[in-house]
Design a binder for this molecule. Structure first.
Ligand SMILES: Cc1cc2nc3c(=O)[nH]c(=O)nc-3n(C[C@H](O)[C@H](O)[C@H](O)COP(=O)(O)O)c2cc1C
Ligand code: SF4
Length: 471
C-alpha cells in the first residue's frame, strides 16, 4: 500500500502529470492520447452468441428505493430508464434483486414477490424505451440475483444469515452465536430460489442473470468459508459448491438465459477508521478469498481455479470487482471523499483503480473462453475514456463497466461513442453522497450533480447529516 496521501484528479489535467503521479505511486496504466469514436470502444463483441454493440457496460446500482414488498417505484424506473439512455452495449444486472425477502440488504431493496415477472417486464421495457428514445440499440441485459447473507437487513436492522463465524465481522453485524449460520439444508433451499427468479427473468425477456458472488454477500462469503464443515465449506471445491449448484439450477430452470457471475476477485481484511480518520486494517485470523495470507495483498490462484470451473459450467461472462463496500470500500469503489460511515482513503484511490485493472487483465489473459466486464473506473474522471480505450485495445478487458459515473453522467458512453466532448460538470467527483444517503436511511442518488436529486427534500437532510458528521 502506498503511504502517499491522495491528491485530486482535477490536479492531474495533462497526460504528463497523470503519468508522473502514477510513477510516484509505483503503478502504471495504459492511457491513449485521443479517443477514436469509431475505434476499439465502438467494436461489438460476442457473448454466448449475442452481439453486444460496444465496450461500455452499466454496472448494477440499487437505489434503496423500492416498495416495502420489494417492487419498483418511479425512482427505480427512472434509474433503469437512464441506464438505457446511456448507450452502453451491456447492462449488468440493473441492480441487486434479492431472491427472497430475508435476503434483502435493506427494506427498500427489490426482491422476489407475487408480481416478480410483471415487475421485471416493466423494468426491462422502461430501460429499452430509454435506449430507443436516444437512438441506441437494445443493450444486452441481465438481472443480478442476490442474497445479502451477513449484510441482510430486511426490516432495517441487522438480520445476518452467515456462512461462517468471522473473527472481526461478526461483531460488526451483531452476531454473538451460531444461530445466524445458514444450515446446509437452508442453502439447498436457497439454490432453488435462485432458479425460480431466473425463470421469471427469462420469461420477462432478460438476456442473462448474474449469480452474484461479490461484496461480502452470501455468494461471496461462502467462497472463503474455510472453517465451515460439510459440503459448502472447507476446500475450494466445497466453498465453490453453492455457486456452482446455483448456476446448474439456473441453467436447468432457464435454459435460454446466458449466465454471468459478478465476483469479488480479491479481498482484503476489514478496515476501520484509524486515529487520524484514515482507514487501517483490522487483522483477522481468516484468509480472504483471492487475498494473501497477510490479508492486504492479492493471491489470485484460487480465483483462477474458480474461473476455470465457471467456464466449464457454461458461464459466459464475469464482472470483476473487489472486496466489500461495508468493510473495505477503498478497494471496492475508490473515492476521494469517504461516505459518512467510512474512513479517509489509506492510499491514493488511483492505486485502487490500478489494482482492479491489473487483476482483471491477469484473469482475462488466462481465461480466453470468458468475457470480462471490469469495474472501478469512475475515479479516473476525465481520463476514463482514454484509459478505457487503451485497455480494450490492449485486450485487457472486454467491456468497461461504469458505476457512479452513470449516476452523475448517464449519457457518457453515448457521448464518447458519438465523438462529443465530455460534459465536465457531470463528471462524478466521488463525493460518495450516493452511499452516505442510504447509510442514513435516505434514497440513493447523485445529490451533488443530478438536478433531480438536488431538488428532492432528502437533499437538505443529507446536507445536515454531512455537516453533523464533520462537526
Ligand atoms: C449507489 C450505489 C449502489 C450500488 N449497488 C450495487 C448493486 O446493487 N450491486 C452490485 O453488485 N454493486 C453495486 N454497487 C457497486 C457498483 O456496481 C460498482 O462496483 C462500484 O460503484 C465501483 O464502480 P465505479 O467506480 O464505476 O463506481 C453500487 C454502487 C453504488 C455507488
Ligand atoms: S453522489 Fe454523485 S458525484 Fe458523488 S460519488 Fe455518487 S455519483 Fe459520484
Amino acid at each position: 500500500m502506498s503511504a502517499l496521501r491522495a491528491i485530486k484528479m482535477t490536479r492531474l489535467g495533462t497526460r504528463e502529470k497523470l503519468e508522473a503521479r502514477l510513477a510516484e505511486l509505483g503503478v502504471s496504466l495504459p492511457i491513449d492520447d485521443a479517443v477514436d469514436a469509431s475505434g476499439p470502444l465502438a467494436q461489438s463483441f460476442d457473448v454466448a452468441g449475442h452481439a453486444v454493440a460496444n465496450r461500455f457496460s452499466v454496472l448494477p446500482m440499487e437505489g434503496w428505493d423500492g416498495t416495502a414488498d420489494g417492487r419498483p417505484t418511479e425512482l427505480v424506473e427512472r434509474r433503469w430508464r437512464r441506464f438505457g439512455e446511456s448507450g452502453a452495449g451491456l447492462v449488468w444486472g440493473g441492480e441487486a434483486y434479492a431472491v427472497r425477502p430475508d435476503g434483502r440488504a435493506n427494506p427498500q431493496q427489490l426482491c422476489a414477490n407475487a408480481g416478480t415477472e410483471a415487475d421485471l417486464v416493466r423494468l426491462r421495457e422502461t430501460l429499452l424505451a430509454g435506449a430507443a428514445d436516444h437512438g441506441h440499440a437494445a443493450p444486452f441485459l441481465g438481472l443480478q440475483l442476490t442474497h445479502s447473507g451477513r449484510f441482510a437487513r430486511p426490516e432495517g436492522t441487522p438480520a445476518p444469515r452467515i456462512a461462517f463465524r468471522h473473527p472481526v465481522l461478526d461483531a460488526r453485524v451483531g452476531v454473538a452465536d451460531a444461530s445466524s449460520v445458514l444450515s446446509d439444508a437452508e442453502l439447498d433451499d436457497l439454490i432453488a430460489e435462485y432458479a425460480t427468479v431466473a425463470r421469471a427473468a427469462e420469461r420477462a425477456g432478460f438476456d442473462f442473470v448474474d449469480v452474484k458472488a461479490c461484496h461480502g454477500y452470501l455468494g461471496h462469503e461462502l467462497l472463503s468459508a474455510r472453517m465451515r464443515p460439510g459440503p459448502y465449506g472447507g476446500d475450494l471445491e466445497g466453498r465453490a459448491r453453492f455457486l456452482l449448484r446455483s448456476i446448474e439450477a439456473v441453467r436447468a430452470a432457464a435454459p435460454s438465459l446466458a449466465i454471468g457471475v459478478r465476483l469479488s476477485v480479491f479481498d482484503f481484511h476489514p478496515f476501520k477508521p484509524g486515529e487520524d480518520g484514515a482507514g487501517v486494517p483490522e487483522p483477522a485470523a481468516h484468509t480472504p478469498f483471492g487475498g494473501d495470507a497477510v490479508g492486504l495483498g492479492l493471491d489470485l490462484d484460487e480465483t483462477h481455479r474458480l474461473l476455470g470451473w465457471l467456464a466449464d459450467a457454461g458461464v459466459a461472462l464475469v464482472c470483476t470487482t473487489a472486496g466489500s463496500p461495508y468493510y473495505n470500500p477503498h478497494i471496492q469503489r475508490p473515492a476521494f471523499y469517504p461516505p459518512s460511515d467510512g474512513y479517509r482513503p489509506p492510499e491514493d484511490p488511483l492505486v485502487g483503480v490500478v489494482r482492479q485493472v491489473e487483476a482483471t487483465a491477469d484473469l482475462r489473459a488466462r481465461h480466453p473462453g470468458l468475457r470480462f466486464v471490469g469495474s472501478a473506473y469512475t475515479y479516473l474522471q476525465e481520463w476514463l475514456p482514454n484509459v478505457a480505450q487503451a485497455l480494450v485495445r490492449g485486450g485487457h478487458v472486454d467491456s468497461v463497466g461504469l458505476g457512479r459515473m452513470i449516476l452523475s453522467y448517464p449519457t457518457l458512453p453515448g457521448d464518447v461513442l458519438a465523438g462529443r466532448d465530455l460534459e465536465r460538470p457531470l463528471v462524478c467527483r466521488t463525493f460518495s453522497d450516493c452511499t452516505t444517503a442510504p447509510r442514513n436511511g435516505l434514497v440513493s442518488g447523485c445529490y451533488p450533480i443530478d438536478p433531480f436529486y438536488k431538488r428532492r427534500p432528502e437533499a437538505e437532510r443529507l446536507a445536515a447529516i454531512k455537516k453533523g458528521a464533520s462537526a
